[in-house]
Write a new protein. Structure first.
Length: 102
């Protein structure tokens, strides 16, 4: 049996395009993933997407406005968001309600 071991790699910068999450790593590599893998980022506004901070010492990325956390190790392993469709629907509905109240 083989075990996947991902070394502790840290992010040093984050860019989001209309289609991709792009993370620059401290070791010089760049990893990208489709925004569709992370529905909260996908549905976020450009302003919400640009408001992020590192978790730990760059081991993850947190978007407070979207309540989204992504681990660098998951990006390297090709693991998309594990949020259930039911949870995502509740989150989207709460966004709609906030938008109609503002």
């Amino acid at each position: 049996m083989h075990t996947l071991v991902i070394e502790q790699v840290r992010a040093q910068n984050v860019h989001i395009t209309d289609e991709e999450l792009v993370v620059e790593l401290e070791d010089g590599r760049t990893v990208s993933a489709p925004l569709a893998w992370f529905p909260r980022l996908y549905h976020g506004t450009p302003e919400e997407r640009s408001h992020w901070r590192f978790i730990g010492d760059g081991e993850g990325i947190h978007w407070p406005d979207l309540d989204e956390d992504i681990e660098v190790a998951h990006l390297l392993a090709g693991i998309p968001s594990r949020e259930s469709s039911r949870s995502l629907q509740r989150w989207l509905q709460s966004r709609e309600k906030r938008g109609s109240n503002g």
